[in-house]
Design a protein around this ligand. Structure first.
Ligand code: FAD
Length: 467
């Protein structure tokens, strides 16, 4: 690499995490050390439907990336750190459901339509035509570029990486970011090139969790007509729980829609393998059938979803390496987790923020050198692998609490529709609240820790703070 030149970073995948990394790098790259090529397989960025929780932790990172003002109009309340209800938990697998517990945190949850978050991130990409952001790190966006393979000149310590695309000319880069989602091509290639690749065979493909999620958006008008005075019309967020299944709802788009995610354990399939497409349109009858016997508030929501979709929920649990030398995995490509805690995108945005912080740190030269990129890669693994593992375990535990199947809470004596003592339920849901404490932690602390490590690395010893 020529002295003083910018290092070239290729990001594969323009989902929320790939976009967040490009925006974070530009925001932090005050010394203009990098240039980005962002490659996306699809010919255009589809507007992803449904809602997403933005936690105080996520918002602090987005603020650092300059997105705060852009996103505020889309949130259901002005962001602050006031203690708020994030979900009202109701026992609902019986005719007359009832309130059990309010799960609260500092700052609540900011609910946003995914398309609005995606649009905000795109507006902040440092593209040459941008009039929204100051360009520190020029970014070129290549749609319709599906990565098929990458090769690296192993004879050089810091050789350039050659990217091979489907029906497009090859390109080169110095650093490769795999932000290409749960099916990640980069992950599969990366793992196959590690020493003892057979050790990683089980991480190449995601695994079905045994769960399905029914999803849909309910229009406020439809719900008002179907069930006047429905609690969902005024509540910031509710979870209707039952044995082996539950329904999460919250408003998006300023309350115009109510986002519904209904998760159920699929007991009809005990093979551990999902056959068929991961996402299908299903009939309302199937949705009703899965939640039969539930409270009428739940049935009214299902009634308003004319075309529900069913997603087979897959995971990539506990991969123990996200980076080597010049290749980094982030987001679902590294650690796709279940949606019980609404944490998947946030953990991916943390990956993006921490890596961008290290790459742009004052101790990092322009251009990058071999020694520094190896150190960054080591710290990335040391800090973010245990963090993602903890978060995915916490997510699994929370799922078992929310569908009343968690061991150790005296829930095992009950089946679907049984009356469970209030005290037992409260005990389980207090634990749910504790499991959400991470959502208002301070990402700056993690950034400082990582930067300290970068300045004084003497072997693996630290991981980032929140649960
Ligand atoms: C029901 C549900 C609810 C959820 N709720 C929340 C929530 O409230 N909060 C939260 O934080 N998370 C939530 N999540 C998790 C969150 O949606 C994901 O973690 C997040 O969207 C992952 O983003 P990503 O950018 O890593 O991957 P993706 O969004 O999958 O993006 C990957 C991109 O890479 C592209 N790509 C793939 N292969 C290639 C290739 N070979 N070459 C080039 N491009 C490629 C794809 O086209 C895509 O655009 C939820 C998930 C589900 C299923």
């Amino acid at each position: 690499m020529v002295q003083g030149e910018r290092s070239h970073i290729a990001i594969i995948g323009a989902g929320i995490v790939g976009l967040a990394f490009a925006v974070a790098l530009n925001a932090l790259d005050k010394e203009h050390k990098f240039a980005i090529d962002l490659y996306e397989a699809t010919p255009e960025l589809a507007e992803i439907g449904a809602g997403i929780n933005v936690w105080p932790l996520t918002l602090s990172i987005l603020k650092e990336m300059g997105l705060h003002q852009t996103l505020i109009p889309f949130f259901d309340h002005y962001p602050d750190l006031e203690r708020r209800v994030i979900f009202g938990l109701r026992k609902a697998d019986e005719k007359n459901g009832f309130h059990v517990y309010d799960v609260m945190n500092e700052g609540g949850a900011l609910r946003i339509h995914r398309a609005d978050l995606q649009r905000g991130l795109i507006q902040h990409l440092p593209l040459s035509k941008s009039n929204k952001v100051h360009i520190n790190t020029p970014c070129t966006f290549h749609l319709n570029h599906r990565l098929k393979d990458y090769t690296r000149d192993a004879s050089e310590d810091f050789g350039r990486i050659k990217l091979h695309f489907d029906k497009k000319p090859s390109r080169e880069c110095d650093v490769l970011i795999g932000a290409d989602g749960i099916h990640s091509t980069v992950r599969q290639l990366f793992l196959s090139r590690l020493p003892s690749p057979e050790r990683y065979d089980k991480y190449r493909k995601p695994v079905w969790s045994g769960l399905v999620a029914y999803r849909g958006l309910v229009s406020r008008e439809d719900l008002e007509e179907t069930y006047p005075g429905h609690r969902a019309l005024t509540h910031p967020g509710l979870i209707y729980t039952g044995k082996t299944r539950y329904v999460t709802i919250y408003p998006v788009s300023g309350g115009k829609f109510i986002n519904v995610v209904a998760i159920a354990r699929d007991t009809s399939n005990d093979t551990g393998v999902w056959k068929g497409p991961w996402k299908v349109e299903v009939t309302q009858e199937e949705f009703f059938h899965t939640y039969q016997g539930f409270d009428e508030e739940v049935l009214a929501l299902i009634h308003c979803i004319k075309k529900p979709t069913k997603w087979a929920l897959h995971v990539l649990d506990h991969l123990d390496i996200f980076s080597k030398q010049q290749v980094f995995l982030m987001g679902d490509a590294a650690h796709a987790m279940l949606p019980h805690l609404g944490a998947g995108a946030t953990v991916g945005i943390e990956d993006a923020y921490i890596l961008a912080s290290m790459l742009t740190h004052q101790s990092t030269s322009r251009p990058l050198n071999s020694e520094k990129i190896k150190l960054i890669s080591t710290i990335y693994n040391t800090v973010l692998v245990p963090h993602a593992t903890r978060m995915s375990k916490l997510t699994n535990d929370t799922g078992h609490l929310l569908d009343l199947t968690a061991p150790g809470f005296d829930l095992e004596h009950y089946t679907l529709g049984d009356r469970i003592p209030l005290e037992t339920l409260i005990n389980a849901f207090r634990q749910v609240e504790r499991n959400w404490i991470w959502s208002s932690s301070d990402p700056e602390e993690d950034r400082r820790k990582v930067e300290d490590l970068l300045e004084s690395w003497s072997g693996p010893r630290l991981s980032i703070s929140h649960q």
